[in-house]
Every structure is written in structure tokens, then in C-alpha cells.
Design a protein around this ligand. Sequence first.
Ligand SMILES: Cc1cc2nc3c(=O)[nH]c(=O)nc-3n(C[C@H](O)[C@H](O)[C@H](O)COP(=O)(O)OP(=O)(O)OC[C@H]3O[C@@H](n4cnc5c(N)ncnc54)[C@H](O)[C@@H]3O)c2cc1C
Length: 412
Amino acid sequence: MILKKIVYVAGGGAAGMCAAIYAARNGADVTIIEKNDQLGKKLSMTGNGRCNLTNMDMKEEYYNSSARGRMKEWLGIYGPEDVISFLKSLGIVVVSDEGYIYPVSGQASSVVTAFTDEIRRLGVKVLFHQQLKNIKPNTSDGVGKLTITTNDSEFNADSVILATGSYSGPKSTMSTGDGYYICSKLGMTVKDTYPALVGFKVSPVEHMPQNGVRAMANVSFTLGNEVIAKEYGEIQITKDGISGIPVMQASREVVRLLAEKKPIFAVLDFYPDYDDNDFAALKNDMLRLKDDRTLMEFLNGFANSNVNAMVLDRMKLGKSMKMKNISDSMVTCILDNYRALKLRLDSDYGYQQSQVTTGGISLGDIGSDLSFLNMPGVFLAGELLDVDGRCGGYNLQWAFTSGSIAGTAASI
Ligand SMILES: Cc1cc2nc3c(=O)[nH]c(=O)nc-3n(C[C@H](O)[C@H](O)[C@H](O)COP(=O)(O)OP(=O)(O)OC[C@H]3O[C@@H](n4cnc5c(N)ncnc54)[C@H](O)[C@@H]3O)c2cc1C
């Protein structure tokens, strides 16, 4: 009689659930231990509740630089097409929005339900309120080469898949970084972690718009004369900072420098389609409107009114000043702000408002099958590892890529 492999999966998020399904489909006896009272809490919040599952434009360079070499191999094993057919096997049909892949349902909750239904159908056991604390070699005569300890129990297993996630996400996701501590006790290298895909507080805040503004702009992050990152898209300017997809995309490059207290500025260009000559011509055209109108009236069609108010407040100019009383050079100076509005960054918004954590378990400790090289039977998956991607489905792709590879390997 062939004995079933006993596989424990610590963490029932996207990566852990995917790993459990692959291991169970491969014939293993699988148990998920989950600290929370439900599976897939973070998954249910993804993509603003819509769940951006993956992206057809999948390249290793969309991941952090320390992961790129390994991502080429892993994405070659399990890429976006594999995610789509896996989801189809769960009954989830997807739709592409310019290559960004979502469930047709438009509901992240339907994805979570599909995973949990399959977990139930496969007979995977799920133990809630179980917090993994430790993994060690099994020294008893019992089955399994590993013993895992939780807050109130001990289990023996042939394989353990660590998929306990990161620090990122709201409190309810229980993203407390337990896995980093457990892995460091096992001798793994934990690279410094920072929130990524995150917005930034600015300083000072006194002229920031109280009601928030969304505007299409280029945003460049600068340190002295060096441009660290540059992105285009819809920027959100809030009463104390900046956010939105382009800011989040650039954040990984910025957070470390900011943590080192480096003077970083976000430079906003509200006219990204204009080259310098076009913008100079536009300013000349605007100068012709110097008449009886007020400054606010003059700027009315030039940018969002909240941006206009912010620019004038920052320059300490009265909104009702008459244009005819303002010199041409001052008008030029006002308009130049829309080309390069500089905001000094103070800090990031923190882990709870970030979508992923950059840093984590070093890939140098991990084999191609996502196993820990120094302890047979231990596998890792998901955000716990030093892999983070851009916004756009890249992080769930990683959860599924690593979950499928680790789940399969752990069950052989
Ligand atoms: C608001 C938000 C929106 C996002 N939107 C997208 C998106 O649209 N597309 C995309 O690709 N990515 C998105 N992401 C990122 C993506 O959700 C994560 O990268 C991904 O869910 C990580 O999966 P994971 O399984 O590694 O970790 P998690 O989903 O965090 O799962 C880890 C699980 O482990 C459990 N756990 C923790 N410690 C223990 C322990 N000691 N014992 C037992 N269990 C434990 C936790 O309770 C949790 O259930 C978003 C993230 C956030 C926060």
C-alpha cells in the first residue's frame, strides 16, 4: 500500500490555498493551518474587490531586481496561461482588460469561494485559529519527518509549506510577518523588509488639498539631480500625501531611500504630453489672457481647480488677484509649477496601507521547487519570499506560481 504524503500548509491565503489544491490533487493528505477565522481574507480585498488575477504582459523585470533571475525560470514553469487554466478548473472564467486579467464575475469574493469549495471537495482539512510557531525535525517514532508546533497543538508531517504572507495589508488580514521569524529560526536569511506598492506622506502638508484630487500626471521621484523612478497615470493628491497607481508602482525604489532619511521629492508634471517647446508656446498663449479676470479664473481651464488652489496657496498668492496686476514673469513662474510641482516626501503610509512587502526570505536559500535547501520537507510560497511585483496582477501571479510549484513538489 502506498501511503499518502502528509502535507501541512501554514497560511490559507492565495499562495497557501493554491499549494493545498495542487498537493491534494496530487494525492497528498493535506491540512491547512490558518491563524485567521477564514481563508483568503486578503485575496477577497484585491483589485478593489475585483481581483486582478494576473497579466498577459508578464516579464521577470516587473519583479524586484533580486528576484528577476529566478522569476524567469519560475514563470516559464507556471505563467499567466497556467493561472487561467487553473482558475478554469475551479470554475472561474476570466476576462482581459487590456491584458489585465479579472474574473468575469468582477468579484474577488467569487474567486475565494471557488478556492474554498475546491479545498472542501478535495477533502483538505482546514484548522482555523491555529498559529504556526515552529518547525523542527520529528524525533519521535511517529509518521513524518517534521514536527510543527502551533499555539495549542503539535502535528507531524512529511512536508510543510510556509505561506504565511508578509506585513502588508489591513489588520484584518493578520499580516503580522510571523513567517519571517519562523524562517530565521530555521536558519534562513531574511532580507530587510519595507512596505511597497504604497503611497507617501509629504511635508509640509499645510497647502495640500483637503478634499483630495485625482489628476493624470507624470510623477518623478528625485534625489538631488538623480531621477530614481518615473511613472505616468492617475495621481491621487490627498490632504497629507500622494498616492495612486503610478506612485505605488514607483514606491519600491523610493521606500528604502526614504527609510535612510534621504531627501526625496515627488515632482508632478500635469502636462506630460508637452515637450519643452510646446509648453513654452502654451505659456505664451496663456499670457494673452491677462485681462480683468482673477488668478483663479485665469487658471480655471489649465488644471483641476483643487490643484490650482494648491499651487496658489503654496506660492502665497491670493486667488482673487487681478491678472492685469501680475507681471509676465510671475505668470510664467506660476505656470511652471504645473510642469514640476515639487513635494518633499516625509514617509511612506506604512505596511497596513501597502499592497505588498518588498524584501523577505532570500531566494538564495530556496531550490527550484521552492524547497528550503537546508531542511528537507520544508517549502515556501507567496509573499513571504523576497519577491514582489508591480501593480497589475503580478503579485497574485507569484502567489499562484509559487503555490503550484511548492504544492506539487511537497506532495511527491
Ligand atoms: C488591498 C490589497 C489589494 C491587492 N490587490 C492585488 C491585485 O489586484 N492583484 C495582485 O496581483 N495582487 C494584489 N495584492 C497583493 C496580493 O494580494 C498578495 O501579494 C497576495 O495575496 C499574497 O498572498 P500570500 O498567500 O502570500 O499571503 P496572504 O494572502 O497574506 O496569506 C497569508 C495567510 O497566512 C496566515 N498566517 C499568517 N501567519 C500565520 C501563522 N503563523 N500561522 C498560520 N497562518 C498564518 C494569514 O492569516 C493569511 O491568511 C493586493 C494586496 C492588498 C493588501
